[in-house]
Design a protein around this ligand. Structure first.
Ligand code: HEM
Length: 206
């Protein structure tokens, strides 16, 4: 029986593909910029700056695409947290990932058209898409146009504060990426989720 569910419309897949490529480019060039000195550069400094700036602008436009697509397709519903018993739901999913899965238990939340994400997935996606990424984008724009940054923020140099938020959130986004890709290997088989985000069809476990 073909019980696949169409979960990822084309627009979401296009957004996600551009987003993934840009974030990877930003991480590689960002790390190179952070650790480069005059003696040693991982990627030539001027190349890193140019690639980082262009990828940042494309990511920003892509983020706007994410917001628009979410509104137009109704995908935003999957990002709306229902707080009733949410900690218990998170715990149930956490228990499954850390223990139940190894005992061959079934996942506590089956993926359906109405519930596309399990609670932990939902929580991490809300965190990255509505906190880490907006802070990254706004602090990035500020650093690209430093004249818009006030001289002092909370008594500290404005550029330093913008840079602090940019670097910290870049770090969080990097951690998210590794955790995200690892959890995407947990599904019907290790490649099924990756197929889903390419062809749009989710393959249920059973
Ligand atoms: C190598 C890079 C990446 C790969 C291979 C990858 C893989 C996937 C896969 C397989 C899915 C579908 C399964 C699921 O919903 O969990 C997915 C969905 C998603 N990914 Fe990624 N991802 C990557 C990078 C990123 C990055 C950098 C972000 C955000 C900063 C991100 C955010 C999301 C979100 C929010 C969804 C759910 C989209 C929706 O249906 O609304 N991904 N990703």
């Amino acid at each position: 029986m073909n019980n696949k569910i169409y979960l990822y419309p084309v627009a979401i897949r296009v957004w996600h593909f551009i987003n993934a490529i840009m974030i990877i480019l930003l991480i590689i060039t960002g790390v190179s910029l952070q650790y480069s000195d005059l003696e040693y550069t991982f990627i030539r400094f001027d190349y890193s700056v140019t690639i980082h700036n262009i990828a940042g602008v494309i990511l920003t436009i892509d983020y706007l695409l994410f917001i628009i697509v979410n509104i137009v397709t109704g995908n935003y519903r999957h990002y709306r947290i229902k707080f009733k018993k949410y900690p218990q739901k998170l715990w149930k999913q956490f228990y499954y990932y850390s223990y139940g899965i190894f005992k061959g238990e079934n996942p506590p939340y089956q993926i359906t058209l109405k519930r596309k994400f399990n609670p932990l997935q939902q929580f991490s996606y809300v965190l990255v898409m509505y906190l880490f990424l907006p802070i990254l984008v706004f602090s990035g724009i500020a650093l690209l146009l430093p004249e818009v940054i006030p001289n002092k923020i909370f008594g500290y140099g404005g550029i330093m504060v913008a840079d602090f938020f940019h670097v910290i959130n870049g770090f969080f986004a990097t951690v998210f990426l590794f955790v995200h890709v690892y959890f995407c290997t947990i599904g019907k088989n290790p490649l099924s989720s990756f197929r889903s985000i390419i062809n749009g069809w989710h393959e249920p476990n059973h």
